[in-house]
Ligand binder design. Structure first.
Ligand SMILES: Cc1cc2nc3c(=O)[nH]c(=O)nc-3n(C[C@H](O)[C@H](O)[C@H](O)COP(=O)(O)OP(=O)(O)OC[C@H]3O[C@@H](n4cnc5c(N)ncnc54)[C@H](O)[C@@H]3O)c2cc1C
Length: 394
């Protein structure tokens, strides 16, 4: 059992973190590990109830910009040690990611990305369609033009990561309040001085916005305008089967991805180009429908005919918190001071959250920024300093 608090919130805290997804819990844990005391996490629902508990658990280093590759490599290093560090099994399994394309014109990008990833110390290989059969023997390669494979990419179980961080937070004295909604922020003379919740007021000089798809609404409470928009994404899980699929397979042609979890289920989704972008998740809700089930099943069985025998057990939807360049927003703002955000991760916040929490805890406790935080600050949008990565898929 993870000890959770049911009493009224404390009258004061050194920091209040909003959101008990991977980002909020990683940030709270890293702040506590750096010696900050009296940290409170408020979560309006249950642990992992936002995007984290709805995600595919994929962790990959195959990107096209040097910054994303280095970030992801650092994240993989963290995931490799996470079970030991948190003292909790997070089911991190490095079966690799097989990134495929059915378009001839993608091949130069795949080759260039492989070379760049290799220069950054990531052991990705370029593969012909026939090579892919050594990694996924039942893959239908009839339309495939090429692929890349990185053996150290992998997956972890999202709820285990959340529970592992929550337990480690508890050991460090962090208080986690579930079913507790942040309803307002008090600002005095340009500084955060407190927050209000539906369980009472907390005086605090530090507010960390890890509200995922709700981060934009929360930022609005302190007068910060985030460019984030929300996009519905659906995903499904099959019955459990004995292990037969090692890597995550992902197509840069149409955004389908699928892997087999350590519990034997096939987990997968496919992006839908007709999905609009919204200001708040409440505008679209988390329903998942027949259109997704049909599109996913059709594409999965075309690429991987063996899956035609597999029964789909459950499907659901979650939100991507998308920024104009699909990169996260980290750091603070000039006004009000004491307010920080860790949000805007699009479809890659599960893989980058632990690393983001570590960098942000350093900024919050020492005031020292680093090149990563500077390059991912909110200011980049006004400066027009946007680096799009060609491998944003899903
Ligand atoms: C279908 C799908 C598949 C995905 N697959 C992957 C993947 O394979 N790999 C990957 O890296 N990423 C993936 N992602 C993206 C990833 O899930 C997110 O980027 C990541 O989980 C964001 O974590 P978070 O902690 O920032 O937000 P969340 O997990 O959404 O947590 C935010 C929390 O804040 C709480 N909250 C909000 N407002 C308030 C308030 N006012 N008061 C109190 N609490 C509040 C919410 O209840 C929520 O629990 C996927 C996402 C989806 C939807």
């Amino acid at each position: 059992m993870i000890p959770l608090h049911n009493e009224p919130v404390p009258a004061s805290a050194d920091a209040v973190v909003v959101g008990a997804g991977v980002n909020g819990l990683a940030a709270a844990y890293e702040l506590a590990r750096r010696g900050m005391c009296n940290i409170v996490v408020v979560e309006k629902n249950y642990l992992g109830s936002g995007s984290t508990g709805r995600c595919g658990g994929g962790i990959r280093q195959q990107w096209t910009t040097e910054e994303n590759i280095r970030l992801a490599k650092e994240s993989v290093d963290l995931y490799e040690n996470m079970a030991t560090e948190l003292g909790y099994q997070v089911f991190f399994r490095q079966g690799g990611y097989l990134m495929i394309t059915e378009r001839e014109e993608d091949l130069p990008a795949l080759r260039n990305a492989t070379a760049l990833q290799n220069r950054c110390g990531v052991a990705t290989e370029f593969l012909t369609p026939r090579d892919c059969l050594e990694i996924v023997p039942d893959l239908n390669i009839s339309e495939l033009k090429g692929a890349t494979f990185c053996p150290t990419d992998g997956t972890a179980y999202p709820f285990a990561v959340v529970w592992g961080y929550a337990r480690a937070c508890h050991r460090h004295g962090v208080k986690i309040f579930i079913r507790t909604t942040l309803t307002g922020v008090e600002i005095t003379a340009g500084r955060v001085t407190g927050v209000t919740t539906d369980r009472g007021r907390i005086a605090t000089p530090v507010l960390v916005n890890c509200a995922g798809p709700w981060a934009r609404s929360l930022a609005g409470m302190v007068g910060v305008d985030l460019p984030n928009r929300q996009e519905r994404h659906e995903i499904m899980v099959s019955e459990s089967l004995k292990p037969f699929l090692d890597p995550m397979v992902i197509s840069i042609t149409n955004g389908i991805y699928f892997s087999q979890s350590m519990r034997g289920e096939i987990v997968g989704g496919i992006g839908d180009p007709t999905e609009p972008k919204w200001d708040r998740p409440e505008q679209f809700g988390f329903h998942s429908g027949l259109r997704f089930a049909v599109r996913f099943a059709r594409e999965l069985t075309r690429l991987y005919p063996r899956a035609a025998q597999v029964r789909m057990m459950r499907q659901w939807a979650g939100a991507y918190d998308v920024t104009p360049d699909h990169r996260p927003i980290l750091g603070g703002v000039a006004d009000p001071t004491g307010y920080y955000h860790i949000c805007g991760f699009s479809g890659h916040g599960f893989m980058l959250g632990p690393m983001a929490g570590r960098h942000m805890a350093r900024l919050i406790t020492t005031g020292e920024s680093d090149p990563l935080i500077t390059s991912l600050s909110l200011d980049r949008f006004a400066a027009g300093d946007l680096q799009a990565d060609a491998f944003v898929v899903g």
